[in-house]
Design a protein around this ligand. Structure first.
Ligand SMILES: *Cc1c(COP(=O)(O)O)cnc(C)c1O
Length: 224
């Protein structure tokens, strides 16, 4: 069985090579370690080897883990799962980032629940770029209006966009996301994050401009 250290090294090498091929600086891509369903011992190990940003999909799980690991003061929690409106308080309370914002109601509620914090909540809008009927995410047309709503929220910062493309058309979807990201970046100075690429497609995502890859399986192993 490979260790977290070996896995992190292997992922690092993949990111390094993808940047090299794409003629990009290694520092232009951040690694988000997706630790959903994995025990805090594995998160502590990854932290020990220098990993700081962790992604979680379930509100109760991230709340518990953030409290249990509160002594790791520079750990950064990213919420990347579907958001129910009655869970926005916990997300605003325990997370530093949220990547899966796709409707106005969620934006308003996250802002309302973040007011008592010293720092604003970092927000990426999730785009349903492959236009899958069953998937969460805003349409391309909705993005601009939602972006403006985030930009006008005092306790939120608009950082960028997130997508989980369909496997069949991932390359094309990454390219579309990159174009949308660049146009948003032209409008908002705070935009600096294009969250796309997972264990199976990080090289393609980096070729298409990803600035944050969300990697679970390749670091922590398969989930049940
Ligand atoms: C689970 C998950 C990931 C990580 O996927 P892997 O294939 O395990 O790397 C990334 N992004 C989101 C939104 C996820 O839900």
């Amino acid at each position: 069985m490979s260790s977290i250290k070996d896995n992190l090294d292997a992922v690092e090498l993949q990111i390094y090579n993808a940047c090299l091929q794409a003629n990009r600086e290694r520092s232009s891509v951040e690694l988000l370690a997706v630790s959903k369903t994995k025990p805090i011992e594995l998160i502590e190990q990854a932290y020990h080897y220098g990993q700081r940003a962790f992604g979680e999909n379930y509100v109760q799980e991230v709340s518990d883990k953030a409290q249990q690991l509160a002594h790791l003061q520079d750990i950064v929690w990213h919420f990347i799962g579907p958001i129910q409106s009655n869970k926005t308080r916990q997300i605003a309370q325990h997370c530093h980032w949220v990547h899966s914002v796709d409707r106005a109601k969620i934006i308003t509620r996250l802002n309302d629940h973040r007011y008592s914090h010293d720092t604003p909540l970092n927000v990426c809008l999730q785009v349903n770029i492959s236009e899958e009927a069953s998937k969460s995410g805003a349409t391309v047309e909705e993005v601009y209006e939602l972006a403006e709503l985030v930009a006008q929220s005092n306790y939120l910062v608009l950082r960028g966009l997130m997508a989980i493309p369909e496997k069949d058309n991932a390359d094309e979807s990454f390219a579309k996301m990159n174009a949308l990201y660049n146009s948003l970046k032209d409008q908002y100075n705070s935009v600096d994050t294009l969250s796309m690429g997972m264990s199976g497609d990080l090289t393609s995502a980096i070729r298409h401009g990803s600035t944050m890859v969300r990697i679970g399986t390749a670091i922590f192993g398969r989930r049940d």
